[in-house]
Design a protein around this ligand. Sequence first.
Ligand code: KIV
Length: 266
Amino acid sequence: MGKPLNVLDLKAMKGGNRRISMVTCYDFWSAQLLNRSDVDALLVGDSLAMVMHGFDSTVHADVELMALHTRAVARGAPDKFIVGDMPFLSVRKGLEPAMDAVQALMQAGANAIKIEGEAGQLDLVAHIVESGVPVMGHLGLTPQAVHGFGGHKVQGRDEAAARALVESARRLADAGCFALVLECVPARLAACVTAAIDVPTIGIGAGVATDGQVLVLQDMLGTNPEFKPKFLRHYADGFGTIRDAVDRFHADVQSGAFPAREESYA
Ligand code: KIV
């Protein structure tokens, strides 16, 4: 735990000897916990539609839902840099609804917003940045486009797609993005993008050459043991630990071992 980071601190971590760590955070209790961790930034990712609400894609998140979760995270993690995800189509319906969505997330407590994709959005990105709101870009496997991609697939595998991705990254950096998430792209391509732009890249499934890494908290804690894509490392047996605790509670209730006298009021 150090002093709270701001957007300039994160930008300055480009190419330095300290990499950016970011995890997703969706609610108050995990925000309180993460507020006391060393992690650099929290992402209120629209993956919450899947992880917290059981939808099959992030397409189901909307601005109201994102703002609700962002408010909870902001209350729990006042010392962390919080990035709020702009949900599905929120940047595709014109300037005014997009700016309303930005306002909703920032007033909910985000310190920056994240926008998936690049094509057709550069003017909007520049406008948001000019309005004083830091924007994090997101390229590669942008999950809101899962239906267009035909599934959650590694992106930028062929030469043309890789070149296009590098160009998109350059344009987003020029438009003022302070950082860029690269999701599920070959490690070599992520390294090229990282070298090509002067803002930090934060990878998920993008190899080790990026300026930082992001993971979904529940995934890295192993709360779903069946979910183990190639890029994911389980840092805990969250599923086993939680289930065993609940089973021990259940057993203690059955045996009368809980509550003990010290856990009861006289
Ligand atoms: O919504 C999310 O969790 C994300 C990360 C995977 C980068 O966008």
